[in-house]
Design a protein around this ligand. Sequence first.
Ligand code: HEC
Ligand code: HEC
Length: 202
Amino acid sequence: MKLVGATLGLALGFSAHAGQADMIDTDSLKPWETCALCHGLDGVSRMAKFPKLANQPYAYLVKQLKDFRGKRRVNDGGMMADNAGLLTPETLRAAARYFSEQPAPRPSGVKSTALGQMLFETGKPDASIPACNSCHEANPPDDQVYPRLEGQHADYLAKQLRDFQAEARTNDPNKVMRRIARRLSDAEIAAVANFSAGLKRQ
Ligand code: HEC
Ligand code: HEC
């Protein structure tokens, strides 16, 4: 299997010129090593446009990878469709297992507010917004399909909420996140994303 250097360069933030599209032989790589450039080998990505994968429940990772493959999740700027498409059922599970077993990322140093905490822990019952942690548990089992929000990049979380709101991300079962996200204001999205990102995982 070959990956074009230009794709890798793009992910690192520099552009490769046509003539120097060097090829990287991926045959000898472990299935998760091709993911490392964007997501980090430890699953803790540096840039907020790439989600942290470390310590997410195995079942959540498997579902997302299958959704990217099946084009049920398409809000990734086309970057994941190709990567997930290269996986076989076996390497897909191996990559998900590997990242689920990486140590939890540290909380992101973002400013959290009382509004963010209220949404996360209590919700806003009068606006039919449930508490986020009623589904996004602190200690999800391995077969959980709710992702952990604690310690994720705040900007990534906010983008997902905007994507659910705008129906750019539509792979949530029974529209569960689309229904919640469309009730959130911009200020509430920023507040709850920052609050979650700043929480330490258990
Ligand atoms: C070129 C960069 C790039 C590479 C390489 C890459 N990804 Fe991704 N990945 C992304 C982007 C971008 C997103 C989604 C961002 C968004 O939704 O805004 C994403 C999202 C994901 C998600 C969803 C996470 C969540 O919290 O919902 C999973 C799981 C994932 N990638 C796994 C992998 C695996 C496994 C590999 C290797 C086989 C891989 N990725 C390789 C860029 C990449
Ligand atoms: C009724 C259950 C439920 C509640 C309550 C809930 N969520 Fe979710 N959320 C989900 C599910 C299920 C997914 C995964 C959807 C999928 O399969 O892609 C999800 C995914 C997400 C994601 C995407 C994370 C990622 O790694 O890509 C974000 C962000 C999110 N929820 C934020 C919130 C916030 C903020 C709240 C509270 C205002 C909230 N959720 C309340 C069920 C819930």
